[in-house]
Design a protein around this ligand. Structure first.
Ligand code: NAI
Ligand code: HPV
Length: 630
């Protein structure tokens, strides 16, 4: 049988996320007046050596000569080096411990610092190739042992050859001296390791770039901490999603791309290939055509409340899970509704605009208090019901109409129909969702049923109201004023123009879809939606998923998890379990949840199985998507 490969790891910026010499410089230069300039010189020498522009031995000597470094400084760094492990190395300790005979560490760094890490990784001392510091009698560092090949240029290749390894040699590192190992013929493959630092010349000289240990293990066909390297999973976030989301997803190891504005269908189709997760807000239409162009898509997150911009059924039919953030901007919308209601009652915006033109028009005519007026809320969901509470606390009478049974809060009264509500209300506020059936539910006929001079608020979706009819009703004075935050056609970015028949009308407040646009709401949405995505990607949890059955799941531990999304048709679970049995898999736990369209089966199995046996599961009739997680 062919010998297994030996993995030769560089140390600085590979196994640990620091450059040892720079950390030692920080210790040695603490309190030194020239510290900044010495540090700059050392940093420059390190970069030059790593980029292959300066002889390694020469750079090392020059850097050590610049530092008042002592045995104590070295001991201090050695004592805390275990805290500096590179994140993906730390989560893949099992790989090192399971392969003690296949790991070598080679470094221009120093034995005292590397030894504790080697011990933690289970690498024996004779497989740690590095420099030995020399000290004078007072304990000050004088240099390194010059007989060691690692103190010289090209030393890594020479030191590795000295081990007389058999079988393929795989070199992994971030620096030019690591690339040189392969160039000198001492390694069969070289991976540029870029989790900590990415150097272009090194990447260019490599057989492949790996941004984490997970990617390395995946590339070498080995089992790592995760079933798939997260850094290879691409998340595309559109429409200026809050940085809190980007941070959370990147911290979890995923690769995130962002786009400031919305994309139209063709632009999105051009961008969607290779994307595993898409994040949008209210503007980007995720149509069946977009979903067809997506070759890797597992999930879509609406970083907002509404999901009418996403073809939920088409996504479910492709096994793509869709999430939203159902409550994070509720309060922001409600506060804006209260604000515009008061502003309309007092004609604040027109009066303010007149003042800016230099006109003083103090008058009470047509100005009214909210107190005692009737607010009619259409759609008594999260937003409508919260508005109900605030409006009552302001002294309004609240009536509402909803298609489904909703608990009336406070003294709010449920009305049997939209028409009854329209006839009773001084202010009508729309808070229905954007389903297609709600198109133009407020048109000329409904506006005609409203009280003379009543106010209309639309902070839900633009297509709910026939804006042509509204502009006529406002123009004739039949409707006393309106506040509109959402429009049938909205510009994709702030740079695009806006037009509407409602422009220029008296006592009409137009806002650019900012109901949910507060700093608090955007941050909360970013965190919430990112957490939902992570729960789905990392453990298969579909809590709050809007188009697949919701299953709440704990972290996978001590098992492998098989996630199977299928069309809801008879016999799928039986077929799946037959296939699991045929594959010799031992089931540790299983959940099944279905809705009328789709089924979701989660099966935790013993880790001890032949991975090829899983192929049979993908052929179970009705399978939409199959994923393995650990
Ligand atoms: N302007 C903005 O920036 C924002 C707008 N929104 C919009 O507000 C909508 C409502 O949000 P939530 O209250 O959180 O949603 P929700 O789903 O909790 O409530 C919607 C309610 O409307 C009811 N409904 C639907 N169609 C109806 C109809 N024709 N007649 C009567 N009731 C009907 C539903 O039964 C439900 O109770 C979102 O779907 C979204 O489109 C949400 C956040 C921000
Ligand atoms: O949450 C919603 O549904 C909204 O309408 C807010 O949309 P936005 O995130 O501002 O595009």
């Amino acid at each position: 049988m062919a010998d297994a490969a030996t993995f030769v790891f560089d140390f600085d910026s590979t196994l640990v996320r620091i450059e040892t010499l720079e950390a030692l410089a920080d210790l040695a230069l603490a309190g030194c007046p020239d510290a900044a300039s010495i540090r700059t010189q050392i940093g420059r020498l390190t970069d030059q050596a790593m980029a292959g522009e300066l002889d390694f031995g020469e750079a090392l000597r020059r850097r050590l000569a610049l530092l008042p470094l002592t045995r104590e400084h070295v001991a201090t760094l050695a004592a805390r080096i275990l805290d500096e492990g590179t994140p993906s190395v730390r989560r893949n300790l099992a790989f090192f411990r399971d392969n003690p005979g296949r790991i070598v560490i080679v470094s221009g760094g120093f034995r005292e610092i590397i030894a504790p890490v080697a011990e933690r990784l289970g690498v024996s001392p004779d497989r740690v190739l590095c420099n030995d510091l020399t000290y004078d009698a007072s304990g000050r560092v004088t240099g390194v042992d010059g007989t060691n090949p690692l103190s010289r240029a090209g030393g890594k290749a020479e030191a590795i050859r000295g081990l007389n390894l058999t079988g393929p040699i795989v070199m992994i590192g971030d620096g030019w001296t690591d690339a040189e190992v392969k160039l000198a013929g001492a390694a069969d493959r070289f991976y540029a390791f870029t989790e900590v630092v990415r150097r272009e010349p090194v990447v260019a000289a490599a057989d492949a770039e790996v941004a984490s240990m997970d990617e390395l293990l995946h590339a070498e066909g080995l089992t790592g901490r995760w079933s798939y390297p997260r850094s290879r999973m691409k998340i595309l976030l559109l429409e200026n999603v809050h940085p809190a989301a980007v941070e959370r997803l990147e911290d979890a190891g995923y690769t995130v791309d962002t786009v400031k504005g919305a994309l139209d269908e063709d632009e999105l189709i051009a961008r969607i290939r290779g994307v595993h997760v898409l994040g949008v807000r209210s503007k980007t239409q995720v149509s069946a055509r977009v979903l067809d162009a997506a070759d890797r898509l597992m999930a879509v997150a609406a970083f907002c409340i509404g999901t009418n911009q996403i073809d939920l059924a088409a996504a479910a039919d492709r096994g793509v899970a869709v999430f939203n953030a159902p409550y994070s901007n509720t309060r922001s919308v409600v506060e804006l509704a209260v604000g515009v209601m008061i502003a309309l009652m007092r004609d604040v915006t027109d009066k303010s605009a007149a003042m800016h033109r230099g006109e003083w028009n103090k008058s009470a005519t047509g100005s009214r208090e909210l107190r005692g007026k009737t607010l009619g809320i259409v759609g008594y969901g999260a937003i409508g019901s919260q508005l109900s509470v605030l409006a009552e606390s302001l002294g309004m009478r609240v009536v509402f109409h909803d298609l489904t049974e909703r608990l009336a809060l406070g003294n709010a009264r449920r009305l049997p129909s939209l028409d009854v509500l329209l006839a009773e209300s001084d202010v009508v506020s729309l808070h229905v969702d954007g389903r297609v059936e709600n198109t133009a539910i407020i048109g000329a006929a409904q506006l005609a049923r409203m009280k003379e001079g009543a106010l209309l608020l639309n902070l839900s979706r633009g297509h709910i109201v026939d804006v042509g009819a509204l502009s006529q009703a406002l123009g004739s004075g039949r409707i006393g004023g309106a506040a509109v935050d959402v429009f049938p056609e909205e510009p994709a970015t702030n740079a695009d123009p806006f037009d509407s028949p409602l422009r220029g009308l008296k006592n009409v407040i137009l806002t650019p879809h900012i109901g949910g646009s507060t700093e608090e709401a955007q941050e909360a949405i970013g965190e919430f939606a990112a957490d939902r995505l992570l729960a789905y990607l990392n453990r298969g949890d579909t809590t709050f998923c809007v188009n697949l059955p919701n299953v709440q799941l704990a972290e996978v531990s001590g098992a492998h998890r098989i996630l199977h999304i299928h069309r809801n048709q008879p016999g799928v679970l039986a077929d799946l379990n037959r296939a699991l049995a045929a594959a010799g898999l031992n089931i540790l736990g299983q959940h099944l949840k279905t809705d009328e369209r789709t089924g979701y089966v989660i099966t935790d199995v013993d880790r001890d199985y032949d991975p090829q046996a899983l192929d049979g599961l993908k052929t179970v009739a009705g399978t939409l998507r199959f994923r393995l997680l650990y």
